[in-house]
Design a protein around this ligand. Sequence first.
Ligand code: 5GP
Length: 195
Amino acid sequence: MRALQEKIKQDGLVLSENVLKVDSFLNHQVDPLLMKQMGEEFARLFAGEKITKILTLESSGISPALMAAMELQVPMVFARKRKPLTQDSDMYTAAVRSFTKNETNKISVSRSFLNGTDRVLIIDDFLANGQAANGLIEIVNQAGASLAGIGIIIEKAFQPGGRELRSHGIRVESLAMIQSLKNGKVEFLEEAYAK
Ligand code: 5GP
């Protein structure tokens, strides 16, 4: 997505060879117009998949997931990272190792909001090693729901998550694919191919 790439080039901060900071439009302050365009793009990519629910992970997945849900006219459910007040038996749960923080979170979704009749589109902000995506897939599987695919805003293609998910036959659509964050510069995959 051209508008997203331009935004990343303009406002993204390369924190290290592995981490990109996009706090000014996605992870802290949120650009609503860009979120809307991304929601429309996810809806276009997964049109015809008979999606009944969008699943994401709090907190940064929520804004793009909501915009996609609005376009597809289905509910959006976000997995919680904090321990909920309800009993564990009422929840689907999975362990997710955080890429950016050195901790493992138990993520959870109420059994009331996902079941065997659902066809789910997972949406998240970043794809790195695939831990978050795998935790969400585990929740889809526990619910007996079917997975239509995964929509990612920024995939870091030099990390293994996307490759591994696709090798299992899972459809992963990323709106921006980063080839490298070396030398403090964002290089997109197509720029690397063009060299
Ligand atoms: P994974 O689970 O695929 O290893 O990492 C994905 C999760 O880690 C995302 O939900 C996102 O919150 C966080 N993450 C991974 N890489 C980055 C990054 O470069 N920048 C930011 N801001 N978050 C990241």
